[in-house]
Write a protein that binds this ligand. Structure first.
Ligand code: DC
Length: 225
């Protein structure tokens, strides 16, 4: 029997991962956070002293690394050469680095292959930027989740402050705008809404409201739950 595939794409801070995680638990699917994979590539480059803007350097680094995911208590953990880097990839430096390395075709090819293999074996809710357009064009349901950039920046800022990071709002907002531009204007698999994706705008909505909105779209498309 073929597996079920649900794609959630959208810009940074739209609430993709929080909503996808909750819905995966509700539906009994696995949640695949593809951004974590781009972040792990960026982290390995930063650690190795390779600029995340250097296509040849980044592409060469791919041969030295392995990236794997596993699940602990339903939570995705990401491993870089066997080391669990799930926490270390959540920094502003790695966010920008991930946006940079994700422009390169070699990086995308390696990660997209891995993502497709996971979706062949499991029912998935996968989130990212190119899931409906590239990774799973045959997804059973596709959602394009977005919100006003200021609101997305505020959510990200609150998350970082809660973690104890010393950040200021204007920097987070500027980073988010830069990433939006980077991610949606790149040549390879830019962030765009797929034709078959349903737009879900969470501006002004609580998390519960946003989750319900996405759940209803999925239920209608998949015809289950
Ligand atoms: O979702 P995130 O913020 O963790 O993603 C980090 C970066 O990785 C994002 O700025 C763009 C890139 N990315 C991508 O190009 N394609 C994906 N499917 C997921 C993330």
């Amino acid at each position: 029997m073929s597996t079920k595939k649900i794609a959630i794409d959208g810009p940074a801070g739209a609430g993709k991962s929080t909503i996808a995680k909750r819905l995966a638990a509700k539906l009994g699917y696995i949640y695949v956070d593809t951004g974590a994979m781009y972040r792990a590539v960026a982290l390995s480059c930063i650690r190795a002293g390779i600029s995340t803007d250097d296509e040849a350097g980044v592409t060469a680094q791919l041969k030295n690394i392995s990236i794997d995911i596993a699940y602990e208590g339903g939570m995705q953990q990401i491993f870089l050469c066997g080391e669990n880097v799930s926490e270390s990839i959540r920094t502003p430096e790695v966010s920008m680095g991930a946006s940079n390395v994700s422009r390169f075709l070699g990086v995308r090819e390696m990660l997209v292959n891995y993502q497709r293999k996971i979706a062949e074996k499991h029912n998935v809710i996968m989130d990212g930027r190119d899931i409906a357009t590239k990774v799973l064009p045959d997804a059973d349901a596709a959602v394009f989740l977005t919100a006003d950039v200021k609101e997305r920046a505020k959510r990200r800022y609150d998350e970082l402050i809660l973690k104890g990071d010393n950040v200021n709002f204007d920097d987070v907002l500027e980073d988010m705008k830069r990433r939006d531009k980077n991610d949606s204007t790149r040549a390879n698999s830019p962030l765009v809404k797929a034709e078959n994706a349903v737009l879900a705008d969470t501006t002004g909505k609580t998390l519960d409201e946003s989750e319900a909105l996405v759940f209803n779209i999925i239920r209608e498309k998949v015809g289950e739950f």
